[in-house]
Design a protein around this ligand. Structure first.
Ligand code: ADP
Ligand code: MG
Length: 252
């Protein structure tokens, strides 16, 4: 085996090697190499259209790639189609637009996947759901429908719903971008709590305060490439690449 070994000697839980992806003629990812250790917290930033969403969507196989290798917790996503269910059960994802089922209650949103794909009965699934709704501090909303909740509450439900599958990895794609400013903090606080509990997390976000506080590593993407990556103090204090400096100049 020639598996890359990280500095602490553990196998990476996510490994992307020489990944290239095209949408038609357009190359969206170019030469992506990325290893993530268990428990590592990564923030991905970069200009709109740089391939951030595409990159993280490859990790739960919402997107496929034409070249390269992606291995998630030992599951080779580039070895054929049959590993999709296995990886989806291990990788939770939270989107900008919450993506809750509008016709289901908060509780039903949370129990659906565990009952369908974890084989839980309703009582078990509801117990798990209430545990995570309590953890995101909205157990009292369980019987309501998504439209009756604020954006911040809906996003916390989306996080709880993902956690009900007890994922090993959580992916966040700009989870606070669609929120009114006063609701950003409650969602970031929930994510900080997850980070403190040791969850392996990849977060696409431009919340640089969050990046400074919780990221082990900040990755900057431009034009489908990882241009720069470093721990936050280094990344913000001494960015090496012109594109990174330009980007930070615009958002900070
Ligand atoms: P980011 O999340 O950094 O804004 P994306 O990964 O969403 O970037 O998109 C990167 C580029 O790929 C953009 O130029 C976008 O228009 C293009 N793209 C994204 N999804 C598709 C698709 N399904 N088909 C064609 N082009 C796409
Ligand atoms: Mg995006």
């Amino acid at each position: 085996m020639t598996d890359a070994v990280t500095t602490d000697g553990a196998q990476p839980i996510i490994r992307m090697e020489a990944v290239n992806k095209w949408y038609g003629e357009f190359q969206v990812l170019t030469g992506i190499d990325l290893s993530v250790r268990t428990g590592e917290r990564i923030v991905i930033c970069g200009p709109s259209g740089s391939g951030k969403s595409t990159l993280i969507r490859c990790i739960n196989r919402l997107e496929t790639v034409q070249q390269g290798r992606i291995v998630v917790d030992g599951i080779d996503l580039t070895a054929g189609g049959k590993n999709v269910d296995a990886v989806r059960a291990e990788v939770g994802m939270v989107f900008q637009q919450f993506n809750l089922f509008p016709h289901l209650t908060i509780l039903e949103n949370c129990t659906l996947a565990p009952m369908r794909s974890r084989g839980m009965n309703q009582a078990q699934a509801e117990e798990v759901a209430m545990k995570y709704l309590t953890r995101v501090r909205i157990p009292e909303q369980a019987k309501k429908y998504p439209s009756q909740l604020s954006g911040g509450q809906q996003q916390r439900v989306a996080i709880a719903r993902a956690l009900c599958m007890t994922p090993k990895i959580m992916l966040f794609d700009e989870p606070t971008s669609a929120l009114d400013p006063e609701m950003v903090k409650e969602v970031l606080d929930t994510m900080i709590g997850l980070a403190e509990d040791g969850m392996t997390m990849l977060c696409v976000t431009h919340e640089m305060g969050f990046a400074r506080q919780v990221a082990d590593r900040v990755i900057f993407m431009a034009e489908g490439k990882i241009v720069e990556q470093a721990p936050p103090a280094e990344f913000f204090g001494n960015p090496q690449n012109d594109k990174t400096r330009q980007f930070l100049g615009q958002i900070l």
